[in-house]
Design a protein around this ligand. Structure first.
Ligand code: KG4
Ligand code: ZN
Length: 338
């Protein structure tokens, strides 16, 4: 079964084609709106929706051409239905429903986080086997989820305030780095020196698997404002210490959760899973504790259509398709809602 995947939940228009029978990604196209929103220091929802409208048709043509397929070869259309910016989600959902009406094929509503959860399966060399613990670290979410099998998700812990990506972005902003701050802060941290600053590892002294990152951002703000040397080296040193504290906190919770569940596979996904330092620390921890750790291919860590197409292929194989033509999108929704 050939599935067209459509992602429009935020500031990336992603379209991809996945072959469920061959378990192979046939084509992928992405347009990132980063430049459009950079001047405002964050995503402007109305501009995001308008740009998705402009990009959906050209990107769909592009993936069909790359895969050597015609629209009539598509068996089902998967689209991100939740969570996300409602206007942006509506654009993708309306496009999906229109194509489905035209082609008389089903649509499949996908939870954006399920897409991130399944993105490591796009890695043809190292696919995780069930059961596994998934660490979802994106701009909107930081969650630890026990994945027993496809569709069996149990939330074990999450951030009670800022998501990891949000903490990266807000901290970067207060250090005067460009939007989106995560990758910029991480790059700057490479020039930082160890042990110049130390920030707290929030909530690690308490039992449980929840996170809290907003205090870390405040600690950085206080350090930066109190410092007399507000130069590039200080900025790099602070970035180093911030990243170290955040990564260390995540590693402590992953270790705790793997011990608690007895699972041996850790899957790391979402935009922050592109972070080199996080990958290094988690891979070292896995080696030491005899677990295996899996990541999506780098290009599929951040939002993309391929993860929606693969999630659609799995949903289709398990008999989940939309029952009617109603367009139902949600700005917030727990993963188990679908
Ligand atoms: O998954 P994603 O594309 O969008 C959401 O669903 O939120 O994640 C975007 C987030 C942003 O906060 C961005 O700064 C962060 O992922 N990010 C990174 C890196 N690459 C992306 N954070 C730290 N280091 C990176 N290399
Ligand atoms: Zn995402």
């Amino acid at each position: 079964m050939i599935v067209l995947g459509i992602e429009t939940s935020c500031d990336e228009t992603g379209i991809a084609i996945y072959d469920g029978a061959k378990q192979k990604l046939l084509a992928n196209a992405l347009f990132s709106q980063i430049d459009l929103h950079a001047q405002y220091g964050g995503v402007v929802p109305e501009l995001a929706s308008r740009d998705h409208v402009a990009k959906l048709i050209p990107l769909t043509k592009e993936v069909l051409r790359d895969a050597g397929l015609m629209l009539e070869d598509i068996d089902a259309i998967a689209y991100t239905a939740m969570p996300g910016l409602v206007g942006a989600l509506m654009v993708g959902a309306t496009f999906a429903k229109t194509l489905s009406y035209m082609l008389d094929i089903p649509t499949i509503a996908i939870h954006h986080l399920e897409g991130h959860l399944l993105a490591p399966l796009l890695n043809e060399d190292a696919k995780p086997e069930y059961p596994y613990v998934a660490l979802l670290v994106s701009g909107g979410h930081t969650q630890l989820i026990a994945v027993k099998s496809f569709g069996q998700y149990e939330l074990l812990g999450e951030s009670i305030d800022d998501a990891a990506g949000e903490a990266f972005d807000k901290t970067a902003k207060l250090l005067g780095l460009p939007y989106p701050g995560g990758p910029h802060l991480s790059k700057l941290a490479e020039k930082g020196r160890a042990q110049k600053f130390t920030f707290p590892r929030p909530m690690c002294d308490r039992p449980g698997f929840d996170f809290s990152f907003s205090g870390l951002k405040t600690a950085v703000l206080n350090t930066w404002q109190a410092g007399e040397d507000q130069n590039e080296q200080t900025k790099a040193d602070i970035s180093y210490a911030f990243q170290e504290a955040l990564v260390d906190t995540i590693a402590i919770k992953c270790k705790r959760v793997l011990k608690h569940t007895g699972m041996k596979n850790l899957v790391v996904s979402g935009g922050v899973s592109a972070n080199k330092n996080l990958r290094l620390v988690l891979s070292e921890l896995a080696l030491k504790n005899h677990w295996q750790v899996f990541y999506p291919p780098l290009e599929f860590c951040t939002d993309n259509g391929a993860m929606i197409a693969i999630a659609g292929a799995y949903r289709l194989a398990n008999g989940f398709v939309d029952k009617d033509m109603m367009i139902t999108v949600k700005s917030r929704a727990a993963l188990s809602m679908l």
